[in-house]
Design a protein around this ligand. Structure first.
Ligand SMILES: Nc1ncnc2c1ncn2[C@@H]1O[C@H](COP(=O)(O)OP(=O)(O)O)[C@@H](O)[C@H]1O
Ligand SMILES: [Mg+2]
Length: 508
């Protein structure tokens, strides 16, 4: 054996050994589809001997077919044609295999043989499936969350937005308002500030941040108040790999807070009214007796015939002022609810008409147009007609005062049958109430009118009467174009009356 042939035989020896040591079964096929060799792993796994396969056709041996496969489906023809590897994955019952077909080229660069290796990828496949399952689970959790969730890469490019986030920010896939970067989610400079806070260990811990109230900007450029929590996502080596944030729209919360504040202020007002009412009742009773005395003695003096003109005039003033005081005392007693109440079931529209007929001839209302929009429905309330007349008259006179004698007063009644409420609104075209005074108008003795002309008791009496009717009153709207007062009363629904009255047709 010369040295050349020695090397050739050594090389062949190693190549055969390498082929046999491959950990995966491999088979060598000629371009005419005949099997020319296989490695040890192949024979071991498939329990075959060289006699079973060598010289046989691949389609016959492996696929039990008499004719070759269609060249489009045949991996051998693909490798022969393209001179590059080709692989595909197939599933055998519970096993997944990857079959790789690689060319073995001759000295002319043509495909002399194709080596096909089979790798069991069942474990990889099962991990892949598990990963897909986990990913799907995470995505379902994200998409069923009631909070808006946004995740972005290290550069701030948005990668994921759940449906609530798309609703909150506007759909970033839609034309004009595209959102692609976290900076677009906030007012200018805010995204940077949030990242700085996130990295600051002293604020919420490293990589974590909770902001109870902050602003975001949606795709339409509108600012929305939200509660936000954000986090940096770190990879296994502790490097920042992404960021995520969860947002909750505060619209509903803010609404509830406002309502609560309003209810609180109403409560404070009624507390104040109640204590002042008691005080007023006491004072009114105390003043009533001496006042009767003043009036009595002044009237006695006036009966004297030898009074000079000046004294008579002074006495008349005393009587007039004492009468005014009596009037105030009377009003105070109404306000403090010490007067008896006489309630009946009445149509609110009738009370409105009655009140208007009482004030119609007042000088102040001469140049004022009074308009009525009284709903044509059953709006019964359990009310003291006289007291409600007083309420309406007070509000109409106040409206006239605010308009300086000319303008329009609109009275409007309607109902909310579902919530069993009857409403009365009185709207004027007057000067409006300043914000500063708005919280004081129902206070006893608060007035912006000339001293001596008005008592400032009107609205406090109104408030007391409405409370006595289990109703409420508030300023619905006020401004340079006028003021609207709204009153709400419980609607009375007769239950024991005959069908004619309470049949559905009589309650539209
Ligand atoms: N319709 C209205 N438009 C503007 N201001 C009003 C109106 N009603 C009430 N006000 C304000 O509320 C204050 C208190 O009203 P009220 O208690 O009736 O007392 P008075 O009429 O004696 O001043 C008024 O002085 C006025 O400043
Ligand atoms: Mg008044």
């Amino acid at each position: 054996m010369n040295s050349d042939s020695k090397f050739v035989s050594q090389e062949l020896f190693w190549q055969t050994r390498i082929f046999d040591s491959l950990p995966y079964p491999s088979v060598v096929i000629a371009p005419d589809r005949s099997i020319v060799g296989a490695n040890k792993k192949f024979y071991d796994i498939y329990k075959l001997s060289s006699e079973d396969i060598l010289g046989k056709m691949c389609f016959h041996t492996f696929l039990y077919k008499d004719t070759p496969c269609n060249s489009e489906d045949c991996p051998i023809s693909k490798v022969v044609k393209n001179k590059t590897s080709h692989s595909y994955t197939i599933k055998h019952q519970y096993k997944w295999e990857e079959r790789v077909f690689s060319p073995i080229l001759d000295d002319d660069g043509q495909v002399a043989f194709v080596v096909s290796s089979i790798t069991d990828i069942t474990r990889t496949k099962s991990l892949e499936n598990q990963l897909i399952g986990v990913k799907e689970f995470i995505s379902r959790v994200m998409y069923s969350s009631a909070s808006a969730i946004v995740a972005a890469d290290r550069q701030g490019n948005i990668e994921v937005m759940n449906s609530v986030a798309k609703e909150l920010f506007g759909d970033y896939n839609e034309g004009a308002g595209k959102i692609r970067h976290t900076e677009q989610l906030y007012p200018p400079g805010k995204a940077k500030e949030i990242m700085q806070m996130l990295r600051n260990e002293k604020i919420g811990g490293k990589g974590k941040l909770i902001i109870p109230r902050t602003l975001i900007v949606n795709a339409r450029g509108e600012e929305v108040e939200v509660e936000m929590s954000a986090a940096i996502i770190y990879d296994d080596t502790g490097q920042e790999s992404a960021t995520m944030a969860i947002y909750n729209d505060l619209k509903d919360k803010t609404k509830v807070e406002k309502e609560l504040k309003y209810t609180q202020s109403q409560l404070i007002q009624s507390e104040k009214m109640a204590s002042l009412g008691q005080l007023a009742a006491g004072v009114a009773h105390e003043i009533n007796n001496p006042l009767t005395g003043v009036l009595f003695y002044a009237s006695l003096l006036l009966e004297k015939e030898n009074l000079d003109g000046g004294a008579r005039e002074d006495l008349n003033c005393i009587v007039e002022d004492a009468n005014r005081c009596k009037n105030i005392v009377k009003n105070l007693l109404v306000y403090s609810r010490s007067m008896d109440s006489n309630k009946n079931i009445v149509q609110i529209n009738e009370i409105v008409e009655q009140s208007l007929s009482l004030v119609r001839d007042q000088k102040k209302l001469r140049n004022i147009k009074i308009v009525r929009y009284l709903a044509d429905e059953m709006m019964l309330i359990n009310a003291d007609t006289n007291k409600l007349n007083q309420v309406i008259i007070n509000l109409v006179i106040n409206a006239a005062d605010a308009m300086n004698g000319s303008g329009k007063i609109t009275l409007n009644t309607y109902r909310d049958k579902l919530h069993k409420k009857v409403f009365l609104e009185i709207k004027d075209t007057g000067e409006g109430i300043s914000l500063k005074n708005l919280s004081k108008i129902f206070d006893p003795f608060f007035t912006t009118k000339e001293v001596g002309k008005s008592t400032g008791l009107g609205l406090s009496i109104v408030y007391g009467i409405i409370e006595e009717h289990d109703g409420s009153i508030s300023v619905k709207k006020t401004g340079a174009h006028g003021t609207t007062f709204i009153m709400e009363f419980p609607m009375y629904i007769p239950q024991e009356e005959g069908p004619a009255l309470c049949s559905p047709s009589s309650y539209k």
